[in-house]
Design a protein around this ligand. Structure first.
Ligand SMILES: [Zn+2]
Length: 86
């Protein structure tokens, strides 16, 4: 299972963090959102990557900066640590 969380930095960019099975951070992706268009550091020359889907889902759910976890593969959401049982 791979989980993602999302934070918005002071400069307005979004940081999507990827966590492994032991909840260790496995990678960071920085996304910039300008209106409906997004860019991601992993896709500098590609128009699309799955981190953009994650960010869209996070924004829709107001999950940015909340510590909410998203399991993209299974489309399952988990509450922040300390606020529920996985
Ligand atoms: Zn990406």
């Amino acid at each position: 299972m791979t989980l993602y969380t999302c934070q918005q930095a002071r400069d307005g960019k979004f940081i999507v963090s990827k966590l492994d099975d032991e909840m260790n951070v496995d990678g960071y992706y920085t996304l910039t959102k300008t209106g409906p268009s997004m860019t991601c550091t992993c896709a500098s020359h590609r128009p699309y990557c799955k981190h953009m889907d994650i960010l869209k889902a996070m924004i829709q759910r107001n999950a940015v900066n909340t510590g909410t976890f998203y399991d993209l593969d299974n489309d399952v959401w988990y509450p922040p640590i300390g606020e529920g049982v996985l």
